[in-house]
Design a protein around this ligand. Sequence first.
Ligand SMILES: Nc1ncnc2c1ncn2[C@@H]1O[C@H](COP(=O)(O)OP(=O)(O)OP(=O)(O)O)[C@@H](O)[C@H]1O
Ligand SMILES: [Mg+2]
Length: 182
Amino acid sequence: MLADIASTMLDLANNSVRAKATSLRIRLVEEEDKNRFLLWIKDNGQGMDRKLLEKVQSPFFTTRTTRKIGLGIPFAKELAQLCEGRFCLKSKPGQGTLIAIEMKADHWDRPPLGDVGEALSTLIQSAPEVEIRFGAKKNQKRFTLNTTKLKELLDGVRLDSPDVILWIKDYVRQELTKIEMR
Ligand SMILES: Nc1ncnc2c1ncn2[C@@H]1O[C@H](COP(=O)(O)OP(=O)(O)OP(=O)(O)O)[C@@H](O)[C@H]1O
Ligand SMILES: [Mg+2]
């Protein structure tokens, strides 16, 4: 079974958080004229050296001790290939990691978008101290969310308080509907 795009996004973002990123940029871009759908994540975490970079692209490797098989990165790579797109993984130790999954937007195997509001609010709740800059673009329409700006607006109310997390979830869902990303 294929995970939807929102779950894949959350999986990869969790990798960044585990790699001690303090800043995380996530983009979803759909361009109908180019028949392209892109999931892009860039972090400033601990990064990977060349050897690890090679290893992590094989499905039987993980540095986690709680689970035996890491499916995150190999799955992302497979997804891009399956959907006749491209996969990009760049990383430098001490600097950070960039991962991009491009898919043919109308490809039969392209997973549904899933619940991006749920994924983002879950991510923010689990890592409220990380600066998360999210951007979605569908054709010419955009939506962005920046947790640093949000914190300023909240004026002392915690970003991970239940009310705020709920609000973020609904807000993201609404705004993505407005730009017709689904
Ligand atoms: N953004 C990242 N920054 C630094 N290292 C990373 C990053 N993403 C992945 N890694 C390294 O690659 C390994 C494999 O990642 P992958 O997502 O495939 O599996 P996992 O995270 O170990 O397990 P799972 O995703 O099933 O929880 C990680 O254990 C980690 O060592
Ligand atoms: Mg992972």
